[in-house]
Design a protein around this ligand. Structure first.
Ligand code: PLP
Length: 455
């Protein structure tokens, strides 16, 4: 009954997938995943696949963690749901809020729970506007974000995001959200050192603040490393300069750590790595290792003092804010992260090893630029290499070489995502050195196949 063809037909008949051309998918036939263990997945044809994307940047602890399913099962038996409205709470939500305050950067004592990263960013929009209202500066309404950022798919999330394709559908962005260019050295750093470019890219924020009027700017939001936009790792000078500019004009900083939170960069939160002192931190994905949906906003002192201190209701919330089962999954996921010293391992051992092994791919004739940070990495496919990284010749985008390469990845049992012609990975944080070797060998084989195909 559950054979691949039947599942594909049924899927096409009824299931509209996110970010998918339904018609084209029907013609191609959807891939049906049936099982996962550790860093591997199996599809309905029995094919074993190394999951280089941790599901969707979330299954950081790998598949088949019995203790998480047990925590979920037990919580379901005890209290599957109760809401956090009307002066009530539940035990896992209380414990998780306290735990998050302990593992967050200093100064984050409060959390607002949501069901996803998108809802968390919607919460941010409402929370910063509420903050400035309470401060008696309601004109501080505008939030500055970046083109090519991804902050979710709700109306506010997609507006904060800077994906032109998303804005084109449905009249986005909503009012009060504006964008600046991203700190992409490869794209815009010609003639500058990386450090110089970091300062230059941050200056685009100051320009925009002056353009909007500093008294009207509420907040700046950014992913410490832009994920869905193609793993854009900023120069080390970028975030400290952004911080200086925001401090100068009294603007709040929202660090969207939906991808980078919970250890991906070798720190519990990437803000600590990049020298960002955010006022709000968006999280989701890794908090439960993707086992069950949960997101939220870590609320820093500056905002909490006003929001709580001045009293009055923050008229915002979700049925599933602080869902006991999701919070139980998160508590167990964080317990595993700590017990197995996973963040420390990524920082001190497997992260540097991945960086070293991934960099060896640069010698491939198709690879113009390969870089990484902790357990997130990307490489650019080029037609002909130039003398410097700004001198490469690229493929005609119409050839969709990234998608060709992605096809070979699947065929060879490897999941790597294509953002244009940049191939990216964000593998489970539990990977061993041996598995990193296996992954890099698989990637090289797929690059060879793509290269042969293009000849
Ligand atoms: N923010 C970032 C940085 C993300 O990468 C994502 C999802 O990929 C989101 C927000 C949205 O999270 P969700 O899909 O859980 O709504």
């Amino acid at each position: 009954m559950d054979d691949t063809k039947t599942m594909q037909a049924s899927d096409h008949a009824h299931y509209l997938h996110p970010f998918t051309d339904h018609k084209a998918l029907g013609e191609r036939g959807v891939r049906v995943m049936v099982r996962g263990e550790g860093i591997y997945l199996w599809d309905s044809e029995g094919k074993k696949i190394l999951d280089g994307m941790s599901g969707l940047w979330c299954v950081n602890l790998g598949y088949g963690r019995h203790s998480i399913s047990k925590a979920v099962f037990e919580q379901m038996e005890t209290l599957p749901f109760y809401n956090s409205f009307f002066n009530t709470t539940n035990v896992p939500a209380v414990k998780l809020a306290e735990k998050l305050a302990r593992i967050a950067p200093p100064g984050f004592e409060h959390v607002f729970f949501t069901g996803s990263g998108s809802e968390a960013n919607d919460t941010n929009v409402r929370m910063v506007r509420r903050y400035w209202d309470l401060k008696g500066q309601p004109q501080r309404h505008t939030i500055i974000s970046r083109f090519n950022a991804y902050h979710g798919s709700t109306m506010a999330g997609a507006s904060l995001g800077g994906m032109e394709g998303m804005h084109a559908q449905g009249g986005l962005p909503i009012p009060g959200i504006v964008h600046i260019r991203q700190p992409n050295y490869l794209e815009a750093g010609r003639g500058m050192s990386e450090d110089e470019f970091g300062i230059e890219a941050a200056s685009w924020l100051e320009e925009k603040i002056l353009d909007v009027g500093p008294e009207k700017v509420a907040a700046f939001i950014g992913e410490p490393i832009q994920g869905a936009g193609g793993v854009v790792i900023p120069p080390s000078t970028y975030w400290p300069e952004i911080q200086r500019i925001c401090d100068k004009y009294g603007i709040l900083i929202i660090a969207d750590e939906v991808i980078t939170g919970f250890g991906r960069t070798g720190q519990m939160f990437a803000s600590e790595l990049f020298g960002i002192k955010p006022d709000l931190i968006t999280f989701a994905k890794g908090v439960t290792s993707g086992y069950i949906p949960l997101g939220g906003v870590l609320v820093g002192e500056r905002v909490a003092e006003v929001l709580i201190g001045q009293g009055g209701e923050f008229a915002h919330g979700f049925t599933y804010s602080g869902h006991p089962v999701a919070c139980a999954a998160a508590l167990e996921s964080i317990r595993i992260l700590e017990e197995e010293k996973i963040v420390q391992r990524v920082r001190e051992d497997t992260g540097p090893y991945l960086a070293q092994r991934f960099a060896t791919l640069s010698d491939h004739p198709l690879v113009g630029y390969a870089n990484s940070c902790g357990f997130v990495a990307g490489l650019n496919l080029v037609r002909r290499k130039g003398p410097t990284i700004h001198g490469h010749e690229y493929f005609d985008p119409k050839l969709e070489v990234g998608m060709v390469c992605r096809g070979y990845m699947f065929n060879n049992g490897m999941i790597m995502r294509a953002v244009g012609d940049r191939m990216i990975i964000a593998p489970p944080l539990i990977m061993t050195r041996g598995q990193i070797d296996e992954m890099v060998a698989l990637i090289r084989r797929c690059l060879d196949d793509t290269y042969a195909d293009l000849k």
